[in-house]
Design a protein. Sequence first.
Length: 306
Amino acid sequence: MQTRRQKIKESYLLYSFKRDKVAMVSFTILAILLLAALFAPLLAPYNPYDTASIDIMDSEIPPSWTEEGDSRFFLGTDIQGRDLVSTMLYGLRISVMIGIGAVILQALIGIAVGLVSGYFGGRIDAVLMRIADVQLSFSTLMVAIIVSAIVQIAFGVGRYEQLAVPILIVIIGIAEWPQYARTVRASVLGEKNKEYVEAARVIGLDSRRIMFSHILPNTLSPVLVISTVQVANAVMSEAALSFLGLGMPVTKPSIGSLIDAGFEYIFSGAWWITFFPAVLLIVFILVINLLGDWLRDVLNPKLYKG
C-alpha cells in the first residue's frame, strides 16, 4: 500500500505536468519517437538490412517533393540506395537501445559505488572518490574513443561490427558512471545520520539492507533526473563515436553513422542524407533535455515556476 506521502508526491507531479505545456509537448514528441523506434520493423516502408530489396541504382535519390525525387522515397535515399525514412527509424532504434543500455549500466555502477562510499566513509570513501575524480578528469568522449579504438584493434573490424551494440553500451556506461556515484554519495551523506537509519541499526539490520532498502529509495529523485539527461548524453556520445568511425558500422545504421555516411556528400548536393538524421538527433536530444529540466525543477519546489 502506498503511503500518504507517496500519493501526494505523485499527485503533485501529475498536476505540475499538466500545467507545463513545454513538458507535455516534449513528452508527446518523445513518446512518438520511442514508439516509432520500437515498432520500426512495422512502420518502415523498407528493411534496410534486406539486401534483396536494396538497389544501388537508387542511391542518392532526392526527397520525393523535389524535382528529381521519386515517390517511393519520401526523404530520398542514402549512398547505398536505402530508403532514408526506413534507415532513420532503424537507426533511432539502435541509438535508443544503446542510450538506455548505457544509462542502466552506468547507474548500476555509480549507485553501488556512491552508496558504499557515502555509507562507510573513511578510506573506502577516499579511494572510490579518487577513482571517480580521475575518471572525471578525462573527457567522456576521449575515454570512449580510446576504449573503442582498443576494442576494434583487439577484436578486429569484422568481429567489432557484430558486437558493436553491446560494446558501445559498455564503453559509454563505463565512461559516465562517476556522475551517479558523486550524486548518490552526496545524498547518502545527508541521509545516513537521520533517525530512521539509526533506528534500523538499533534493531540489528545489516549494512547492505540499510543501504539498499532504506537509504537508496530516498536518493532516487536526483538519480531519476540524472538518468533522463544521461540518456541524451549517451545517444550523443554514440552519435559522436559513429561520426568518427568508432561507433556503429554503416551496415547497421544508427543516427550517428547515418550522419557520418552522408557528410562527405553534403557539398556535392546530396544534403538530405545528413540533414534529416541530424534534425532527428537534435529533436530527440532537445525533448529529453527539456523533460529533464522540468523533472529537476518539479522535484525541487524552490525552483519550480510551472
